[in-house]
Design a protein around this ligand. Structure first.
Ligand code: TA6
Length: 251
């Protein structure tokens, strides 16, 4: 079963049949218009990260969307033009099939000139204990470490040791292994080179007003993205779709 936050395309819960909740949603999340929701799948668009005097991670995640059908939404085109200056359409569609969830975000250039954008499906996964989970699929991959502002290479399995904020640019899939919940989550994607892995760690968790002090212990983000390292350029009339697919299994 899938649930979205009111008037938005923000998925806040996914409980596949026979499984427990897959998404993390902070117990202190602000569930009001104009504020980002800490958890679920925030849609970061048309920029990922911060832009001076603009909402962090873009305006798509803090505005109301139109409903196209039960699990499909569009961001009002007039809002896009007013907030961004470019003419574009943005459609988000979610499909559930047993233990699989597919999320697709399509941007179409309705303008007469090309534009560039960055984006992310900033997915928050619920975990039993961040100190015990691991992520496979990144061995020997290069990443930009935002915490250290440095580049590095992944050695073996990724484990969390304090604040973690990385952009991997050659990831095809990530496998999140959670011994506490006895489950594996396979995360694959299309139309994206950047995989962002984020956990705020204890200090940042305390600083965030919309997360309990120990909130970092039970979440981690694995995001399908096009960051500043792989922005998308769209010609007039062209479309780009970023897809994140999630498959849950028990062990
Ligand atoms: O995706 C990782 C990241 O960009 C981090 O740098 C961290 O700030 C996080 O997103 C959360 O951002 P937010 O604006 O939701 O507080």
């Amino acid at each position: 079963m899938i649930s979205f936050a009111k008037h938005t395309a923000h998925l806040i819960s996914w409980i596949p049949e026979g499984h427990d909740e897959v998404m993390y949603l902070s117990t202190q999340a602000f569930m009001e218009a104009g504020k980002p929701i800490r958890g679920g799948v925030p849609i970061c668009w048309p920029w990922f990260g911060s832009l001076e005097n603009k909402p962090a991670h873009g305006f798509a995640r803090i505005n109301s969307w139109n409903t196209i059908s039960e699990n499909s939404f569009s961001l009002p085109e007039q809002l896009i033009q007013d907030e961004w200056g470019n003419k574009a359409s943005l459609v988000f569609t979610v499909t559930e099939d047993g233990n699989k969830l597919k999320m697709e975000l399509t941007t179409t250039n309705l303008d007469s000139s090309e534009f560039e954008f960055t984006q992310a499906l900033h997915t928050y996964f619920k975990v039993s204990d961040i100190n015990k989970v691991s992520i496979k699929g990144h061995d020997k991959q290069a990443y930009y470490d935002k915490v250290l502002d440095d580049n590095d290479i992944q050695k073996g399995t990724l484990i969390f040791n304090g604040e973690t904020d990385r952009i991997y640019t050659t990831t095809a899939s990530s496998l999140l292994i959670d011994p506490g919940l006895q489950r594996e989550i396979l995360i694959t994607k299309k139309g994206s080179n950047s995989t962002v892995i984020w956990n705020p760690g204890p200090e940042k968790s305390v600083e965030m007003k919309d997360m309990p002090d120990d909130g970092y212990l039970t979440m981690c983000c694995v995001e399908a993205a096009n960051t500043h390292l792989d922005p998308v350029t769209l010609q007039p009339g062209a479309s780009h779709t970023i897809v994140q697919e999630i498959t849950v299994s028990k062990f």
